[in-house]
Design a protein around this ligand. Structure first.
Ligand code: GLN
Length: 483
């Protein structure tokens, strides 16, 4: 039963092959048995899950239907869940029980999903290896000595290990697409504003976006359908109708214009990944797509710009965690200053402290123009590159990451080495564009992802291309040994 996709679960529940309660019990038992190897959950919510599963079974018995009615999922532990610890992977929020549900959580609950738990993540979503979590590193089910990617590493490892069919995640600079690539999943970062950020603990508000992580494009379509839509509580949410994503999966790719940026294939890309990307291009050509070389000339400036803008926003967002209004409070503070200093010093881990310092520096008087303003100008150039490219092509294709998942600890002493691995993903966040990563093969037994980018609000196009690709390839069906 644990191998079923969301689409198969919906059919099984509709045909009364099993109940949501039965399925939920199987998956909870599987998590208890296997997760100690992975550390992909921070909290399990067994009671809530069984309650929601029973309620979904009653709704089905009363004639209701719906692709998510009775579907077990989990939420990345930065989506607020009422009465349940929402830690953001940090000691700072280890004691924080959210007083309300994030919009994504309440929308999915209303659609009938069953919450199995809250998944592990890099602290405050800062990272690309899921090693900065206060709750310990997450392991990659494809090789337990390797990282699963981050910051949504818990969601990715759990779905890849078949502990559950799909999970929510967020992507500020690649945290849905990169762990998808590292664990052989399909992950979609929607257009900025497509999915509400209300109740999603902020890292960098102008870049953060929630989205689905699942094994197939079809399942991403199903989960996104439940997450997307206008939310008056989020001032950056966009009031744009949500299409029927599942209905759009079967469009023909005949004549689809795919742009392949020449800058993507420069130094730094593992040549074995380059070969796999070429294979996926050939596969899409067989389905009727037309390939065109394009250029994204400002791509080289994206990493430095992102690593100014994201920490700047983080330093501002994280100022609320002061031991007074939220979060960890130190023992016996001598005075107010001591309270702030020690509460924040004890509550935040080293990567978060590094980013707060970088961000505060970049925003300070005298440095604002030199760093922050310049980074914002680069951001516009990156967006302009994409706008020019999308005049000529329908989607852009390339690798999701330059290398496969690295060994645990391999980049711990050199944060910049980890930042460089984000080279292909962060541009979509800077421009606000939707992006998808899907399985494209293996290197040394480790999964490799191919990334597709599309114009604003063309999530449906990405899902359609990925679904057609998955009907003709079987990378996404491979299961890690031992799971
Ligand atoms: N690796 C990037 C960072 O550390 C992206 C993280 C994310 O998307 N949340 O900022």
């Amino acid at each position: 039963m644990h191998q079923l996709t969301l689409a198969e679960i919906a059919r099984g529940l509709a045909d009364k092959k099993f109940s949501s309660e039965e399925l939920t019990k199987v998956l909870l038992a599987r998590i208890t048995q296997l997760d100690p190897q992975l550390n992909s959950f921070i909290s399990l919510t067994e009671e809530l899950a069984l309650e929601q599963a029973k309620a979904a079974d009653v709704r089905r018995a009363n004639g209701e239907s719906g692709a998510l009615l009775g579907a077990p999922i989990a939420h990345k532990d930065l989506f607020c869940t009422q009465g349940i610890r929402t830690s953001c992977g940090s000691k700072m929020l280890d004691n924080f029980k959210a007083p309300y549900d994030a919009t994504v959580v309440s929308k999915l609950a209303a659609a009938g999903t069953v919450t199995l738990g809250k998944t592990n993540m890099d602290e405050f979503a800062m990272g690309s290896a899921n090693e900065s979590s206060w709750y310990g590193a997450v392991k990659n089910p494809w090789n337990l000595e390797h990282v699963p990617g981050g910051s949504s590493g818990g969601s990715a490892a759990a779905v890849a290990a078949r502990l559950l069919p799909a999970a929510t995640a967020t992507d500020t600079g690649g945290s849905i697409r990169q762990p998808a690539a590292f664990t052989n999943l399909t992950g979609l970062k929607p257009t900025y504003g497509r999915v509400s950020r209300w109740g999603m603990i902020a890292y960098a508000s102008s870049l953060d976006q929630g989205g689905p992580l699942a094994r197939t494009a079809e399942d991403c379509a199903i989960l996104l359908q439940g997450m997307a839509g206008f939310d008056p509580n989020d001032s950056t949410s966009i009031d744009e109708p949500v299409p029927d994503y599942a209905a759009g999966l079967n469009g023909s790719l005949q004549g689809l214009r795919i742009g392949v940026p020449k800058e993507y294939f420069g130094a730094g890309l593992d040549p074995r990944i380059a070969d796999l990307i070429q294979n996926s291009i050939k596969e899409l050509q067989k389905l009727g797509a037309v390939i065109k070389e394009i250029s994204l000339p400002n791509m080289q400036h994206a990493i430095p710009a992102y690593y100014v803008i994201a920490p700047a926003e983080a330093s501002s967002n994280l100022s609320r965690f002061d031991g007074v209004r939220f979060g960890h409070r130190c023992e016996d503070p001598k005075n107010l200053e001591d309270l702030y200093k020690r509460s924040r010093g004890e509550g935040f881990g080293p990567e978060v402290q590094r980013r707060i310092m970088v961000g505060a520096y970049a925003l300070s008087a005298g440095y604002y123009d030199a760093y922050y303003l310049k980074a914002q100008k680069i951001r516009r150039l990156v967006k302009n590159d994409f706008m020019a490219a999308f005049n000529e092509v329908d989607i852009i294709l390339g690798p999701t990451t330059p290398n496969p998942a690295w060994k645990l600890g391999a980049k711990n002493s050199d944060p910049v080495a980890a930042y460089l691995e984000d080279v292909y993903t962060i541009t979509a966040n800077l421009a606000g564009l939707p992006g998808l990563s899907m399985p494209a093969g293996f290197v040394d037994g480790l999964p490799v992802g191919v990334q597709l980018l599309a114009p604003y609000f063309q999530e449906g196009r990405l899902l359609n291309v990925a679904h057609q690709y998955q009907l003709n390839t079987d990378w996404h069906t491979r299961t890690p040994t031992g799971f």
